[in-house]
Design a protein around this ligand. Sequence first.
Ligand code: BG6
Ligand code: MG
Length: 222
Amino acid sequence: MKNVGFIFDLDGVIVDTAKYHYLAWKKLANALGFEFTVEQNELFKGVSRKRCLEILLDIGQVKASQTQFDTWMVEKNVDYLAYIENMDASEILPDVPRVLDYLKNNNVPIALGSASKNARPILKKVGLLPYFDSIVDGNQVTKAKPDPEVFLIAARNLNVEPDHCVVFEDAVAGIEAANRAKMTSIGIGDEHVLHEAKYNFKDFTEMSTEFIASLVQKNFAK
Ligand code: BG6
Ligand code: MG
């Protein structure tokens, strides 16, 4: 077994796609006759597409048949795909490449652990696919975050013990999943929202390369 592995969430950690998810859900909400706010969108972070639609329909107090539900899931994704169509490297969040380069240069295995079914095409569009030794996304998991399944599969794929893994997450559900997997959780975003994380950073620009090096050392030496 290798002794240390790093797992990245995608949306809100590597790229700022939350705004596109928001616009697509808002369009659907408006078409169904109600408002959907940026604040409400916080509830959708890290949450599967199906669960998001359930929450959205609760917000709008809309009842749906199974057929309508399935149609709206498809419609939302078609709109989302249109928003992400022209994504490129300029949409990578600041200093993500610095951290990925450091890990790669030090032969640390890297995985993606995302709820999104669109993860692979997004990584490809922004040019980061080659960094990842394993990609675990919404197409492979049966239990959504906060269940630790996505991160446990990633650890297994990297051939690293879960408690030797470090996870970067921007969602409350994702931090809970990492903690339940006994991994070192690092919150990226608002520290008050992500207070369950072991460490907190507003973004990667605030995270020194020395800190990354210390995480590698600590988990290696466990
Ligand atoms: C997560 C996002 O990464 O992926 C959620 O934070 C989103 O907001 C979920 O609902 C599923 O994404 P997709 O691309 O499969 O609809
Ligand atoms: Mg996220």
